[in-house]
Design a protein around this ligand. Structure first.
Ligand SMILES: *[C@@H]1O[C@H](CO)[C@@H](O)[C@H](O)[C@H]1NC(C)=O
Ligand SMILES: *[C@@H]1O[C@H](CO)[C@@H](O)[C@H](O)[C@H]1NC(C)=O
Ligand SMILES: *[C@@H]1O[C@H](CO)[C@@H](O)[C@H](O)[C@H]1NC(C)=O
Ligand SMILES: *[C@@H]1O[C@H](CO)[C@@H](O)[C@H](O)[C@H]1NC(C)=O
Ligand SMILES: *[C@@H]1O[C@H](CO)[C@@H](O)[C@H](O)[C@H]1NC(C)=O
Length: 600
């Protein structure tokens, strides 16, 4: 069914293209040009004081949760959202570099690191839209950790399928229908078209014995990336789940609202304090508070409300309501992205208006975030033979770098000059080497009890005493270097570019010691933070929420975002975060006596 549909869409697009009027194209050309200009000079806020208010408070969950809860029309759902709604600009997938330099980004930075990121000043990415759920074994382990089979693969797969609307538009790409859903709110599709560099990389995989697979069907191997786009436009969770729900009369979404505290009395969450347009408000909660403020915001709000590690709260002068290890873990997928290859394929450079026209028809480079055209999952020697991936490679083809790249990755001038500056961009592709199951973990702490101060984030990458994290990334680099030597890659004359990195010049270029030095210089996060309020059975062993997403020891308070992941998954967190939102919907419905249509 999907295949036919995609053909129709393409035909329809061909007709549309003829009518795409000048004005619309010009509007987008201006939007993009301005964003790139502004991106070079945008100054980030360093706190949330823009939300500050000194008025006396007045009486007065994430998108998936809000959408599911508002299905029950006798419940009223209030969403307090600090951000704003999507717009025409944020819709463009490949604007995810310039969009980092706008109000869409908090720009939280990590504290200076000693074990990684030595050649960078911090890092921020807005979700790159790759749809990769994680491996079956991750969820089976999650079910065990939580002590509840609702988090095991068999159950979570049903939730993944419920949310998804898979549209099969690249007939040459792998697709295993039993693992995908149709008709859900979140669209998943392959990008179009494929670049010759991507095809060469897929061929290189085959040469080395890696298969071309649907990686969301728990397989090792590579494929073009499956993206959360809707005919080439960003389909973020807000759009996907609130598009329809937002019209419901029992759902009120207050954008520009900044939550400062959850009022907890007698171990029960009774209401929420927030600021909105310069005024303070207090809203009383009849049923439950659902906290979906993200991996940094959720622990921050909990700690400000008196739920957190006793010693830390006391140090900051906050009355302790419940002593829990909030923010004591912070995980991510440490990523190395210093492998640039030049080729003799040249991406034709056309006027921006051409790309805009393609985008308006759902295809072309603007529709592919970060030019990440291909994704693959591999085993290191740590997981060899298990079928469980612990290395991911992403290939970002020509046009993956531009004048914003240095700012975007906060590269120091020296690092940028050594590895990026002299690339011939239309001929270059870049490998991102991702450690999927990193052992190191960091923390989120309060700077002070002032809710408008940003939290203190310490990512602590590559700090595990056994060095497993850095060893795994090194093995990932070796896979890339082997790929560079394949016939398929030689046919486009792929050549490693840039380097040696001056910071590592004391080591022989390309030796193992050299790569270990480089890894400590330019390993960054993939902006996949997770796990700051982990789910588990025992709060004495660090668990913050139970298997029904309830904060231990506090009634009427649940968390629904990537903070609750108990560990890093072999995927990208957006898909499992949506799954958490779906679970939340069912859990709250069940808790309040609604039994129809629940999965578990
Ligand atoms: C706008 O229309 C004119 C005349 O049809 C054409 O020459 C021009 O290239 C168009 N501009 C864009 C941006 O498509
Ligand atoms: C978004 O773009 C469409 C054309 O694609 C235009 O009709 C609409 O007015 C734009 N919205 C805003 C808020 O500018
Ligand atoms: C690709 O890169 C070239 C060279 O920097 C640039 O001129 C062109 O506009 C880029 N195209 C896109 C779609 O970003
Ligand atoms: C291949 O790349 C190398 C290194 O960049 C270059 O010297 C050589 O001329 C290229 N060969 C072809 C056939 O493009
Ligand atoms: C690229 O390089 C390869 C290998 O050196 C060569 O066979 C091929 O003809 C070159 N292609 C182009 C377009 O120069």
């Amino acid at each position: 069914m999907n295949k036919d549909l995609s053909v129709c869409i393409l035909l329809f697009c061909a007709v549309l293209q003829a009518h795409t009027d000048n004005q619309t194209v010009q509007y987008y050309v201006d939007l993009i040009s301005e964003a790139y200009e502004n991106g070079l000079t945008y100054v980030f806020p360093t706190s949330a004081y823009e939300y500050y208010s000194d008025t006396i408070p007045k009486r007065a969950a994430g998108s998936v949760a809000a959408s599911r809860l508002s299905e029950i029309n006798k419940w009223s759902v209030l969403v307090l959202e600090a951000g704003t709604f999507w717009n025409n600009f944020s819709d463009i997938p490949n604007m995810y570099e310039p969009i980092a330099f706008t109000h869409f980004n908090w720009e939280f930075n990590s504290t200076p690191q000693t074990t990684a990121c030595l050649g960078v000043g911090g890092s921020t990415l807005i979700n790159g839209l790759v749809y990769a759920r994680g491996h079956k074994s991750d969820f089976d382990k999650w079910g065990k950790v939580a002590g509840n089979r609702r988090w095991s693969y068999e159950t979570v797969l049903k939730y993944f399928k419920k949310s998804e609307n898979f549209v099969y538009r690249d007939a040459d790409a792998p697709y295993e229908p039993p693992y995908h859903g149709e008709g859900g709110d979140l669209q998943v599709e392959y990008h179009l078209p494929r670049s010759p560099q991507l095809n060469a990389w897929l061929e290189a995989n085959r040469e080395l014995g890696y298969e071309i697979v649907d990686y969301n069907a728990n397989r090792l191997g590579a494929s073009p990336s499956q993206l959360n786009t809707r005919n080439g436009r960003r389909d973020d969770d807000g759009q996907a789940f609130l598009r329809h729900a937002r019209k419901r009369r029992n759902l009120k979404i207050l954008t520009g609202s900044y939550v400062t505290k959850i009022q907890i009395e007698k171990e029960s969450a009774n209401g929420v304090e927030f600021t909105h347009k310069g005024k303070n408000y207090y809203v009383e909660v009849r049923k439950e508070v659902i906290l979906s403020a993200g991996v940094f915001g959720t622990p921050q709000i909990l700690m400000l409300s008196g739920v957190g590690p006793r010693k830390h709260l006391e140090e900051k002068g906050i009355e302790v309501i419940k002593d829990l290890e909030v923010g004591s873990t912070l995980r991510d997928n440490p990523t190395f992205y210093g492998l640039n290859y030049g080729t003799n394929y040249t991406e034709p450079i056309r006027p921006l208006a051409d790309y805009v026209k393609e985008y308006l028809n759902g295809v072309g480079p603007l529709a592919i975030p970060g030019s990440t055209q291909g994704v693959g999952f591999y085993e290191s020697s740590y997981s060899k033979g298990t079928g469980i991936p612990d290395i991911e490679l992403m290939i970002a083809v020509a046009n993956a770098t531009d004048q914003l790249t240095q700012r975007y990755f906060s590269l120091t001038d020296q690092t940028y000059e050594d590895v990026w500056k002299y690339n011939n961009i239309p001929q270059t592709f870049i490998f991102h080497v991702v450690n999927l199951h990193a052992q190191s973990s960091g923390s989120v702490r309060l700077k002070s009890k002032n809710p408008f101060e940003y939290p203190v984030i310490n990512s602590n990458f590559l700090s595990d005493p056994e060095s497993r994290d850095i060893n795994t990334l090194y093995e990932g680099i070796q896979i890339c270097l082997k790929m560079g030597e394949t016939k398929a890659m030689k046919a486009i004359n792929a050549t490693l570019q840039g380097g040696p990195l001056r910071a590592c010049k004391r080591y022989q270029y390309l030796s193992k010691d050299y790569w270990y030095c480089v890894l400590r210089q330019i390993t960054v996060n993939l902006y996949h933070p997770l796990g700051s309020c982990p789910m588990g059975k025992d709060p004495k062993k660090g668990a913050v929420v139970d298997s029904e997403l309830r904060v231990f020891g506090i009634k009427k308070l649940r968390v629904a975002d990537a903070s609750v992941f108990p560990f890093a998954l072999a995927g990208h967190p957006n898909a499992p975060t949506v799954m958490v939102g779906e679970q939340l919907g069912d859990l709250v419905k069940r808790a309040h006596g609604v039994d129809g249509n629940l999965i578990a």
